[in-house]
Design a protein around this ligand. Structure first.
Ligand code: DLL
Length: 433
């Protein structure tokens, strides 16, 4: 099976444009009639819902922010009566109240199809046993993947996260061929395999579907080598539906956006103006099929760029570049803008270290300091001091030449940096305390 929904995934530009325009105009009308915040915003913008006739009119609409969901917590932005909801999820967020999102039965069905498309693009078939180690619960990862697996007709193993030793036994015994979890949990699993002297080849995994946090191309290579799998990226966020907003295909060349349901724009973080293909900026989505929570021009603050160039897989769906980070996670160190994923990429290109690191930013005497704690491989750690000095020099040199920042590199022993079963926390910024 090449595609889950061939007519959509390979639609012509005109077909997609017409479908999107039809859905967009209907959604704007529904949002206006049912969500007080949208009526207010659309009135304030001096437009009428019927002014939005096609995708070309998208720019006339006001933006939505996470704050709007918080201000109307918990259900104020739902466009359907509560008895039409079949499920709610919530994203924790580090500050403030949770963001609550809701789904009608149709919303769950379309979300499951989006995930099924991602699974098929990663080579999953009805014959596969899919081990889902994203957390089950209010987080959309576990149930999102689960419903997609069932929609496809493959077999879901709802392992959830935690108890890694038991997960490994299940991977060995249950015949799982696909693993779904965060990239950092995939690494953790590979660590435990090593500790237990289990050859990953003895587990029959062929692929991994990893997402929910930024990860670099070098991290992809690392995970592919350690787990003996092909690693696919999957992106999404609760506010838009959950995992499956966009997904990698076999060419691993950008993530195809399910744009028959979610319109994507890239906007300049400063001016809010939409940017052309190829230029990085903040990712903005408009939901055009969802019933319960039809967010219009929702600014995710994730950073990416898009391309309409044809992909070798035959899908015509617009592609977004892997997320480099969130604009609010960007570190400004002595005036230089850096994303943690860029640091990760440099670290992993140097070799001889484990893919576990912690970035510590501080301010001393009004000057920003950057320390990167890096785990050494066991072999390198027992190496002579001269070898370590040379490695430190190489890492510092690469950081300076690639990112233009200097950093203190501290080597720590293997297995001392805290592992993550979900989204990893890799930055400690003491300046904000
Ligand atoms: O993380 C949904 C998800 C679950 C996606 C499982 C993929 C797999 P939230 O908890 O609402 O939803 O967090 C959404 O996580 O805005 C990004 O900043 C980040 N994120 C999600 N997927 C990726 C990815 C889920 N593939 C936030 N690459 C988003 C980079 C990602 N960042």
């Amino acid at each position: 099976m090449l595609y889950y929904n061939k007519s959509i995934e390979t639609a012509t530009y005109d077909e997609m444009f017409h479908l999107q325009s039809y859905r967009l105009s209907k959604t704007v009308r529904r949002a206006y009639d049912n969500v007080p915040l949208y009526k207010q915003r659309i009135d304030a913008a001096g437009i009428f819902p019927e002014d939005i006739k096609s995708v070309d009119d998208l720019r006339k609409l006001p933006y939505t922010q996470k704050k709007d969901l918080r201000d109307t917590y918990p259900y104020g932005m739902f466009a359907v009566p509560r008895n039409k909801l079949v499920r709610v999820h919530a994203s924790s967020g580090t500050t403030g109240k949770q963001t609550v999102v809701g789904y009608t039965q149709n919303d769950i069905d379309l979300w499951s199809e989006c995930v099924a498309r991602a699974l098929v693009a990663a080579g999953t078939t009805e014959d596969d046993f899919v081990h889902v180690s994203y957390g089950y619960g209010l987080f959309t990862g576990g149930l999102g993947l689960h419903y997609g697996v069932e929609k496809l007709g493959a077999t879901a193993i709802p392992a959830s996260s935690g108890n890694t030793a038991r997960q490994i036994t299940m991977l060995q015994d249950f015949g799982s061929s696909v693993l779904c979890c965060t990239p950092s949990y995939a690494l953790y699993i590979s660590d435990v395999l090593r500790q237990q002297n289990i050859d990953p080849k003895t587990i029959n995994l062929k692929s991994g579907i990893f997402g929910a946090e930024p990860w670099s191309e070098n991290m992809r290579h690392e995970i592919e080598a350690r787990l003996n799998v092909k690693a696919f990226d999957i992106y999404g966020l609760s506010e838009i539906c959950g995992p499956g907003v966009s997904f990698d295909c076999e060419y691993q060349n950008g993530l195809h956006v399910n744009e028959d349901h979610f319109l994507i724009e890239i906007v300049d973080p400063e001016s809010g103006m939409p940017l052309p293909d190829g230029e990085p900026g903040e990712v903005v989505f408009t939901c055009i099929s969802k019933e319960a929570l039809p967010l219009l021009r929702y600014n995710t603050h994730d950073i990416s760029s898009i391309t309409h160039e044809r992909c070798e897989c035959g899908r015509t769906l617009v592609r977004m570049d892997r997320i480099t980070g969130r604009s609010d996670d960007m570190l400004i160190i002595r005036g230089v803008n850096v994303f943690p994923s860029q640091i990760e990429s440099v670290l992993l290109s140097v070799g001889q270290i484990e893919p576990h690191y912690l970035i510590v930013v501080d301010r001393q005497n009004n000057l920003d300091t950057l320390e990167i704690k890096v785990e050494m491989s066991l072999a390198a750690f027992s190496d002579k001091i001269r070898g370590l000095e040379e490695l430190e020099r190489r890492i510092r040199g690469s950081l300076e030449s690639v990112l233009g920042i200097s950093a203190k590199i501290t080597f720590v022993e293997a297995n001392t940096i805290q592992r993550s079963e979900g989204k990893a926390k890799r930055v400690i910024d003491n300046r904000k305390l």
